[in-house]
Design a protein. Structure first.
Length: 202
């Protein structure tokens, strides 16, 4: 069965592949956007992670006729009332400039004491079928915001985030396997594994 992952980020495809493998879900060929028939990129103008995940997954299923998985995720900082939130990828103005986003967030949180630096990575994954059926799964990864970037792995705000269930390392210092065991996206994707398995069997 072909399953479109509405992203051009190879790390997201590898992450879903590892999760499906660990859940013993076989017979799924994952396709990135670059491997599917081209279609207009939808505008992610939702107010919530769920809104944006559904916008992307619906567009994929509608234009390609394939079951489509999409995620929207970001960092929710308690001191900032849950921001950057859905604006995480474009917090500094441009889209996907990780270094600028991290720099701006650190500057905004510069004078906030350690006890008020609670944050969580949040991911909502949507699975939309060509039939119109829709499924959502949310994952949260609680932690705190560091005062400077640490680590070379991962992407986005990973170098600034120390998981609450960890040993003090940032999520950018974790191996892919360690991250899969706890991360927000892995939890959200794992919540869809059973549905995806059902499509293969069905």
């Amino acid at each position: 069965m072909k399953l479109l992952v509405a992203s051009n980020n190879p790390k997201k495809l590898r992450e879903l592949r590892r999760i499906l493998d660990s859940a013993h879900v076989a017979g799924v060929e994952l396709l990135s956007l670059s491997e599917a028939a081209a279609y207009p990129e939808p505008v992610e103008d939702g107010r919530t992670f769920a809104d944006n995940a559904l916008i992307k997954a619906r567009a994929g299923a509608t234009h390609t006729g394939l079951p489509t998985v999409a995620d929207d995720s970001g960092l929710a900082v308690e001191e900032m009332n849950g921001m950057p939130g859905v604006l995480s990828a474009r917090w500094s103005g441009g889209h996907g400039d990780d270094e600028a986003n991290n720099r701006l967030l650190l500057a905004q949180m510069k004078d906030v004491p350690d006890e008020r630096r609670a944050a969580a990575f949040v991911s909502v994954c949507a699975l939309v079928l060509p039939s119109g059926e829709e499924f959502l799964s949310e994952g949260r990864w609680e932690g705190r915001l560091l005062r400077e970037p640490v680590g070379e792995n991962g992407f986005g705000y990973d170098p600034l985030f120390a998981p609450a269930d960890g040993d003090g390392r940032s999520s950018a210092q974790l191996s892919p396997e360690e991250k899969d065991a706890s991360s927000h996206r892995s939890r959200a994707l794992a919540g869809l594994a059973e549905k995806i398995a059902g499509l293969v069997e069905g």
